[in-house]
Write a protein that binds this ligand. Structure first.
Ligand code: ADE
Length: 422
């Protein structure tokens, strides 16, 4: 196995000491991934495979990279968002673990894409995405790097939506496993991870009190459900906006006020978008907002908020705290957090390790599955088999020392029959 690159691009290698301690701390709360790493170290299922990963460069991602390396993979990592990189983690991955990292927190768009290209120059057999940027780049501009690729994995809802659109158009040129579609991913990471880390991000950026405030949550998918639930838990009045009638109904019956954004804009104090779509908060909504409204996004891309419209309608802007930009709009002040980037990763540390444990158990088992099954897979988007998903749940329960019941043979028979017990 010849390594293709020896270079890296990080902010400051001297941060490695701090990064290593944080990687180990996160690892303490990732018992399922640790079990996989132990098996990978013995069995080396990824030996001879190069992986190009484009993920948020966090202490949890570091533990995934280390697991893949233990499995025999030669790994290159770039960031999946210009603001989400933890520079100390990037430093430690390079210095302590010999992993090629191309990521600097706050990098401009040009550097962000040049880092993606550096990761692709690693000539991957497997691509690992969070938002489909590597796959898109290979499909749009860099077909020459597709030759050795056996497949990819995708971490997030937004990426999976894109990949399914590519599949529908017949444009997808290699198989991809939608890690997001595993139950042990989206039901936990998207809901409990986003729920907690989004509020954490807003609190770290602003230090505001949520109790008694009106929080508007745009989108009631798994992420929106988590944020709405946790905002209510901390004492906020929560409004949900939706375009899907089933989700709107679910939000209403979960006890949230549901209304159009145009109505919510007039009464909200804090706005959080998690829809995966564009201009959910638009120019016309900014005009209706109260003085002091705080606006942020926890969806994958910062297109959910129409920032160009806000820029255009504002007379002046100034940064009042790190990640808090004050816009003067007529006589009102509107505060945009983290330039509309994922607030949980920009001003906090992303989802806690305990939930990323399951997401990254899925990622590592997805790469092993890809190696074992690529010859049978077509150029489509796949979900990991349910037995793998359920095994991850069993391992997590065991790590949490939670026991559950088993069906008796009498109960199994009852469930399988249509004649008994009516
Ligand atoms: N996405 C959300 N939180 C994350 C984390 N802590 N690490 C990597 N990706 C994430």
């Amino acid at each position: 196995m010849i390594s293709t690159l020896s270079k890296f691009d990080i902010k400051d290698a001297s941060l490695a000491g701090l990064g290593k301690k944080r990687i180990e701390w996160a690892g303490n709360d990732m018992p399922v991934l640790a079990l996989i790493a132990k098996r990978f170290e013995k069995e080396k299922p990824l030996k001879g495979y190069r992986v190009s990963a484009c993920l948020h460069v966090t202490s949890e991602t570091a533990n995934l990279m280390i697991t893949l390396k233990k499995g025999g993979a030669d790994v290159a990592l770039c960031a999946s968002n210009p603001l989400s990189t933890q520079d100390d983690i990037a430093a430690s991955l390079v210095k302590d673990y010999g992993i090629k990292v191309f990521a600097i927190k706050g990098e401009d768009n040009k550097t962000y894409y040049s880092h993606i290209k550096s990761a692709i120059e690693h000539r991957p057999h497997i691509t690992m995405d969070d938002g489909a940027d590597v796959i898109s780049t290979i499909h749009k501009d860099w077909d020459k790097y597709r030759g050795e690729i056996i497949g990819g994995t995708e971490e997030t809802t937004t990426g999976v939506i894109r990949l399914k659109a590519m599949q529908k158009d017949g444009a997808l040129k290699y198989p991809v496993i939608a890690v997001n579609d595993s139950m042990t991913k989206h039901m936990f990471d998207n809901r409990y991870g986003t729920g907690q880390s989004t509020l954490d991000g807003i609190m770290r950026a602003t230090n505001i009190l949520f109790a008694g405030r009106t929080v508007v949550v745009a989108g009631y998918g798994w992420c929106g459900r988590g944020v709405a639930m946790r905002a209510r838990g901390i004492g906020a009045n929560v409004i949900v906006t939706e375009v899907d009638e089933i989700k709107a109904l679910e939000a209403a019956m979960d006890g949230f006020l549901v209304m159009p954004m145009e109505a919510a804009a007039r009464i909200g104090n804090i706005f959080i978008t998690l829809t995966g779509d564009i201009n959910v908060i638009d120019g016309k909504h900014f005009k209706l907002m109260k003085d002091g409204a705080i606006v942020c996004n926890s969806g994958h891309f910062n297109v959910e908020i129409n920032i160009p419209a806000l820029e255009k309608m504002s007379r002046k802007k100034r940064e009042v705290r790190p990640f808090v930009m004050e816009y003067q709009v007529n006589s009102k002040r509107i505060y945009l957090l983290a330039d509309g980037r994922l607030i949980n990763l920009a001003s906090a540390e992303g989802h806690p390790a305990s939930v990323m444990d399951m997401s990254f158990a899925n990622q590592s088992l997805a790469s092993e599955y890809m190696v074992k099954n690529s010859s049978k897979l077509e150029n489509k988007v796949y979900t990991l088999p349910e037995n793998i998903d359920r095994e991850i749940a069993r391992l997590k329960l065991s790590a949490m020392e939670i026991k559950m019941d088993k069906l008796t043979s009498e109960q199994k028979k009852y469930l399988a029959s249509w004649q008994e017990g009516t």
